[in-house]
Design a binder for this molecule. Structure first.
Ligand SMILES: Nc1nc2c(ncn2[C@@H]2O[C@H](COP(=O)(O)OP(=O)(O)OP(=O)(O)O)[C@@H](O)[C@H]2O)c(=O)[nH]1
Ligand SMILES: [Mg+2]
Length: 295
C-alpha cells in the first residue's frame, strides 16, 4: 500500500474544489462560479486497492491583487504545499502571466514532484487546440507530468491517478480506510451555508461573510439533526441585503443549504440561520482562529 499527501493548488476558479469532489466521489468541498470560493484547507482521502491519496484542497493563489485577507488565504495554501509530498497545479486550457508566475514559484521547489493538470478540457471542442497549451507548460520543464482533464466529466482523471501513484512516497496508510476527510460534519455544514452565499449573493457580499455553527444537536440523529448557524457580515447594510425583502433571501439560502446538509448527513435537518454584524472580522485574529483561518 502506497500513500502520500497531494496539494491541489492554482489560481482562483480553475476547478480545484470540483476536481477534489470528483476524485473522492462526494461533495466535500464547496464550489461556485466566483473566484476565491475556498478559504479553508480540507483533506479529501481516496483509498483504492493499493494506494491512499490524501488530496488537500486550497484557496486559490491570487497573483495580482493583495490585501491582508488574501495574505491569510495565501498562507493557508503555502502551508498545504509545505506539508505535501506532491504538488498538483491546476490550470485552465491556456497560459498567461498568472500561470507563469505560479510556475516560476514551483520551479524553485526542488524536493517535491510537481504536475500540471489542464482542466476544463470539456470546453475545448477541438482537442488539437490543446497541443500548443501542453507545449507551453512543457517549455520550462518544471512539471513531471502534464495531463489534460475535466473535473466535471471525469475525463483524464484515471490517467492522472495512475501517474500520481508513482509519486506516493509512503508505505502504509495515513488515514483509516473508510475516512474521506479530516473535517468534522460541523465544519462541513458551515461551509455549505457559505457556498449558498457565494451562489446566491453578489458583489462584495459573499466575500464579507463568515459562518459559524453555534449548535449541532444530533441527540435525535436517526430522526433529525438540528443545526443553528450564525452568518457574520461586515456592515449593517449587508445584513439587510442578506435577509432580503420579507426574509426571502435568507429563506432561499436556508432551504438550499438544508437540502445539501440532508444529503451529506443522511438524515433530516432542521436549520436555523441568524445574521449578525461583526465589523472588521477579517482583522480579528481570534475570530479568524475560531473559523479555522488562522493557527
Ligand atoms: N466546464 C467545466 N467547468 C468546470 C470544470 N471544473 C470546474 N468548473 C467550474 O469552474 C468554476 C470554479 O470551480 P471551483 O471548483 O470552485 O474552482 P476552485 O479552483 O476551487 O476556485 P477557488 O476555490 O475560488 O480557488 C465552477 O463554476 C465549476 O463548475 C471543468 O472541468 N469543466
Ligand atoms: Mg475551491
Amino acid at each position: 500500500m502506497k500513500s502520500g499527501v497531494i496539494a491541489v493548488i492554482g489560481r482562483p476558479n480553475v476547478g480545484k474544489s470540483t476536481l477534489l469532489n470528483k476524485l473522492i466521489g462526494e461533495k466535500l468541498t464547496i464550489v461556485s462560479p466566483k473566484p476565491q470560493t475556498t478559504w479553508q484547507r480540507l483533506h479529501g482521502v481516496l483509498t483504492t486497492q493499493d494506494a491512499q491519496f490524501v488530496f488537500i484542497d486550497t484557496p486559490g493563489l491570487e497573483t495580482e491583487r493583495s490585501s491582508p485577507f488574501i495574505s491569510v488565504l495565501k498562507k493557508i495554501t503555502l502551508s498545504a504545499m509545505n506539508d505535501a509530498d506532491v504538488i498538483v497545479h491546476i490550470v485552465e486550457p491556456f497560459i498567461t502571466d498568472r500561470e507563469r508566475s505560479i510556475e516560476e514559484e514551483l520551479g524553485k521547489i526542488h524536493d517535491k514532484p510537481k504536475m500540471v493538470l489542464i482542466n476544463k478540457i470539456d470546453l475545448k471542442k477541438d482537442k488539437n487546440l490543446l497541443l500548443p497549451v501542453i507545449g507551453s507548460y512543457a517549455d520550462k520543464a518544471v512539471y513531471g507530468a502534464i495531463i489534460p482533464v475535466s473535473a466535471v466529466t471525469g475525463e483524464g482523471v484515471d490517467v492522472f491517478l495512475k501517474e500520481l501513484k508513482q509519486y506516493l512516497p509512503n508505505d502504509g496508510m495515513l488515514y483509516n480506510e473508510d475516512t474521506i476527510t479530516d473535517k468534522y460534519e460541523k465544519e462541513l455544514v458551515a461551509e455549505i451555508v457559505r457556498e449558498k452565499l457565494f451562489n446566491f449573493t453578489r458583489e462584495e457580499i459573499p466575500y464579507s461573510v463568515a459562518c459559524v455553527v453555534d449548535k449541532f444537536d444530533e441527540t435525535q440523529r436517526e430522526r433529525i439533526i438540528r443545526i443553528y448557524v450564525t452568518i457574520y457580515v461586515e456592515k449593517t447594510s449587508q445584513k439587510g441585503i442578506l435577509i432580503g425583502a420579507g426574509g426571502s433571501m435568507l429563506k432561499k439560502i436556508g432551504t438550499s443549504a438544508r437540502m445539501d446538509m440532508e444529503k451529506l448527513l443522511g438524515t433530516k435537518v432542521y436549520l436555523e440561520l441568524y445574521v449578525k454584524v461583526k465589523e472588521d472580522w477579517k482583522k480579528d485574529k481570534r475570530f479568524l482562529r475560531e473559523i479555522g483561518l488562522e493557527k
